[in-house]
Design a binder for this molecule. Structure first.
Ligand code: GLC
Length: 558
């Protein structure tokens, strides 16, 4: 079925470009990306052919976790600019036909948020403490944490505070760093405040929100221990978890949807880690959120059966609720997929950060064949962009950037590095400032002579936007062509897909009338029967007959 274009909400098949603002473009030369930098590069994003951008948190923050520790949800951190700059960015993006999604962080605030500062000062039993999850400790004198819950970044999820009298007292919950105290979402003021924050940004023109840790807001009020088994959750574990994916979160999102709907089509996209696709679908039921990332696709690596299963299970679970799928290959928490797909164990699903029942971040170790990784990444993006639903691109993937694995220890900033006792290096390697021009660092990221907040590899000039532009074999031109075709060809606007017969290890499917996609997830050539179609786009050059699809390659036929 092809839905009439005019009636089709824009977000159902949007391609959204994720801007990790610290590392996108630095306008003022302090080494840190900012709003001025983003504004200067908006024409690049329009020409790339995306529909929208999602900007990682840009609010005032002590930056204990790259801005996911928000001290004021209604302002901009001075590192990035001012509210007036934000308004200008939104207006300019709209002028170019780009929508702007922001990143809301409702599970926790910064420990410098006025609410938390007040809670510490007001002491036990005060109304100020009730907005967070303060509890008495266990054991002698309350010296043990209230539960055995662990922080995603390592160590206990509870920190003991000094009471106003200077003595150790209550503990507060933080599922992430101690600088990120969890809010108590059973408190009406917490609910009202976030609804007001949504409205604040809608009024300023925000077109939607990505919701951080959307599955974590509600905790089991009994605060049970996890015990040894639930502390290391496995994908598919059906047992309820006391702080992930509690049923109570859905009430919150029904309210949020009503707030959003008052402003028109302003989609949410939820970051959700759950045990089953059916649990994911609950977040996007009618009257709840519009979309939620399906990370099983990202975690399927380069293994044909796992890819097909992730696609099928994801689509099947969403069908009854009528929500579109949301695909993604990389983001600011994951090892860049060029590096992942270049590993022998490109399929290894282990989690490093236990962000929920299905885990998330993949290991940052193991050698990677980057040429192979890039070849597979080219095929992978043609697969992703041909699936029904929306897709998210992470800045730099269109350049084929790899994970930077050799950052000096003393430069690592991810709280996971400190909190894991220096065993998990964390996510800095996917957050390196982008190369825009050839030559030497900062490669156009900032003005000449400025020093990016994380060092860029010497070879990244060759991967820069300037170096790839106009080179028909480059990753950037592949993305540009794919995004242009995705807009032009009506097949991409059809709902659903139909699998076609294909040899082992080859995924072949049809979208609408006349669009076919073939992805060879093996290392060997396969015979390609174009069936009367012509080649619209291929991830590798095809021979003139067009009847062979080489290994690790994909083609769009139409
Ligand atoms: C999400 C973010 C991640 C952050 C965490 C805590 O998973 O994507 O970057 O560290 O939430 O807010």
């Amino acid at each position: 079925m092809t839905v009439d274009d005019a009636a089709r909400p824009w977000w159902r098949d949007a391609v959204v470009y994720q801007i990790y603002i610290r590392s996108f473009a630095d306008g003022d030369g302090d080494g840190i990306g900012d709003i001025a930098g983003v504004r200067s590069r908006l024409p690049y994003l329009r020409d790339l052919g995306v529909d929208a951008v999602w900007i990682n948190p840009w609010f005032p923050s002590p930056m204990a976790d790259g801005g996911y520790d928000v001290a004021d949800y209604r302002d901009i951190d001075p590192l990035f600019g001012t509210l007036a700059d934000a308004d200008a960015l939104i207006a300019e993006a709209h002028g170019l036909g780009l929508r702007v999604l922001l990143d809301i962080v409702p599970n926790h605030t910064s420990d410098r948020h006025p609410w938390f500062v007040d809670a510490l000062a007001a002491g036990r039993g005060s109304p100020e403490r009730l907005r967070y999850l303060f509890r008495e400790g266990r054991g002698r004198g309350g010296s043990e944490p209230p539960t055995d819950w662990e922080s995603v970044f390592g160590g206990p999820a509870w920190t003991r505070v000094l009471e106003p009298d200077g003595l150790p007292g209550q503990w507060y919950l933080h599922l992430f760093a101690p600088e990120q105290p969890d809010l108590d979402w059973s408190h009406p003021e917490v609910r009202a405040e976030f609804e007001a924050i949504l409205r604040f940004w809608y009024e300023r023109g925000a077109d939607g929100f990505r919701i951080d840790v959307a599955h974590g807001l509600v905790k089991d009020p009994a605060f049970p221990d996890l015990g040894p088994r639930l502390r290391a959750p496995r994908a598919g574990d059906p047992r309820p978890h006391p702080h992930w994916d509690q049923d109570g979160v859905h009430d919150i999102y029904r309210r949020w949807r009503a707030v959003a709907d008052a402003y028109g089509e302003r989609p949410f996209v939820a970051e959700v880690f759950v045990s089953h696709p059916e649990r994911l679908a609950r977040f996007v039921r009618p009257g709840e959120l519009h979309t939620a990332f399906d990370f099983r696709f990202l975690k399927a690596g380069w293994e044909p059966n796992r890819l097909r299963e992730a696609i099928d299970d994801g689509l099947r679970a969403l069908e009854p609720v009528g929500a579109p799928a949301t695909w993604v290959l990389s983001n600011h928490d994951q090892v860049r997929h060029v590096t992942r797909l270049g590993r022998a164990a490109a399929t290894a699903p282990e989690a490093v950060l236990p962000l929920g029942p299905a885990g998330t971040t993949l290991p940052v170790t193991g050698p990677s064949d980057l040429a192979l990784g890039r070849r597979r990444a080219r095929a992978a993006v043609l697969l992703m962009l041909a699936l029904p639903g929306s897709a998210y691109l992470y800045q730099g993937e269109e350049l084929g950037l790899e994970e930077v694995l050799d950052l000096p220890d003393e430069l690592l900033q991810d709280p996971a590095w400190m909190r894991s006792g220096h065993t998990i290096r964390g996510r800095d390697g996917c957050r390196i400032p982008l190369p825009w021009t050839d030559g030497a660092s900062p490669f156009g990221f900032g003005p000449p002579g400025s020093e990016p907040w994380l060092p860029q590899p010497a070879g990244w000039g060759a991967l820069s936007v300037a170096a790839q532009t106009g080179d028909p074999g480059s990753m950037l031109e592949l993305y540009r062509s794919a995004l242009r075709l995705r807009r032009e060809h009506p097949g991409f606007r059809s709902d659903g897909m139909t699998w076609l017969d294909a040899p082992d290890g080859v995924l072949r499917f049809q979208r609408g009338d006349g669009l076919e996609v073939v992805v060879n997830v093996t290392a060997d050539d396969v015979r390609l029967d174009p069936g009367g179609h012509r080649v619209l786009l291929a991830s590798v050059p095809l021979d003139s007959e067009g009847d062979v699809l080489p290994g690790d390659a994909a083609v769009w036929l139409g």
